[in-house]
Design a protein around this ligand. Sequence first.
Ligand SMILES: [Fe+2]
Length: 164
Amino acid sequence: MSVDSMEKLFVEELRDLYSAETQITKALPKMVKAASSNELRTALDHHLRETEEQVKRLEQISEMIGESPKGETCEGMKGVLEEGEKNVHAAKEGPVRDEAIISGCQRVEHYEMAAYGTARTYAQNLGKQQMVQLLERTLEEEKAADKKLTEISNTVHSQARRAA
Ligand SMILES: [Fe+2]
């Protein structure tokens, strides 16, 4: 299919996000397992549940426009997750590994914030108000998750310094 209209480009954006989100639902449980900090584990677990809802929202939007959200592999997210996993395993278990997890997850969040911001703007310009609301809800969750990770990074860091 040639992407020759904004409607088609919007569908491509949704498919990219759908692939990214489904990859994240598989990666997050591994990060929860690798984390030592209870606060980090709780935050990742919470975001896993949010991510499952985000996948459903993308399915809902795809249904509204009568297109399947499947069929694409988000190579960008695949790379971000692979690199993140590699860094997590290379880091010593405990606070250093927790920081490596946070680092990888923040890259994921920023990728998503970029993609949802774009998709939201397309929906806005295409006059699809209901979809704008759904995409914005997810965008706000990604921003909040990123902010939370920064807070946890500060806590983990100061705990590690006190323990040293
Ligand atoms: Fe997400």
